[in-house]
Design a protein around this ligand. Structure first.
Ligand SMILES: [Zn+2]
Length: 204
């Protein structure tokens, strides 16, 4: 194959072209953690073409407080860098704020629900970073914040759905513990009855 300029493209040129084609597709490259996989699915659910212009998502620690970042340093400005641990921490903070409103014991909330919560927060971070990519990494936070604002109705809908699930889970556990308490009381009652009849029998 010879290009328009009459050059035979080498493997590197083919790679560059492939990457360019991939960036323009609505798919994003990612291999790894299921929380991020779920977050990617959520982003596509929110907007099927959201990853047009995005090449890849990589999980790695950020130096500061950011949940994610994009950079021109490595010549790959279409890559979203995600700090998963910080996103999980942010999720726990948001959950704690809600769980504190419920006096019930919430420390043993199922892992799946915590992961689901994290996937919503990660999706929000991805959308934020896409705002920077669309702005060609000019540096201001405004375009990223604007993308987050557009995402807000989706975020709130999904977050409220999750809070409802958590609330149901707590109620279910409460009911189960009440049942056990009742059974124990009942068992205690029978024991007392036995004692009563023993005493009655003795006194006859
Ligand atoms: Zn930002």
């Amino acid at each position: 194959m010879i290009d328009e300029a009459g050059n035979i493209p080498g493997p590197d040129d083919i790679k560059v072209k492939e990457r360019a084609r991939h960036i323009q597709s609505p798919e994003v490259k990612f291999t790894g953690d299921t929380v991020v996989q779920t977050a990617i699915r959520r982003c596509k659910e929110y907007s099927s073409s959201i990853f047009v212009g995005v090449d890849e998502i990589v999980v790695e620690p950020t130096s500061g407080e950011e949940l994610g970042y994009v950079t021109t340093k490595d010549n790959r400005p279409e890559v979203i860098h995600l700090d998963l641990a910080k996103n999980v921490r942010d999720t726990e903070k948001r959950l704690d704020a809600y769980l504190k409103q419920r006096p019930e014991n919430t420390s043993n909330l199922p892992k799946e629900l915590r992961a689901e919560a994290a996937s919503i927060v990660v999706a929000n971070t991805i959308v934020h970073e896409i705002g920077h990519i669309k702005d060609e990494l000019k540096g201001g936070e405004a375009p990223a914040k604007a993308e987050e604002l557009k995402f807000k109705p989706y975020f709130e809908r999904e977050w409220n759905k999750l809070l409802k699930k958590i609330s149901d889970e707590i109620d279910k556990k409460d009911k189960a513990s009440i049942k056990v308490e009742q059974q124990m009381e009942y068992a205690g009652l029978i024991k007392n009855c036995d004692l009563f009849f023993t005493l009655v029998r003795r006194s006859v």
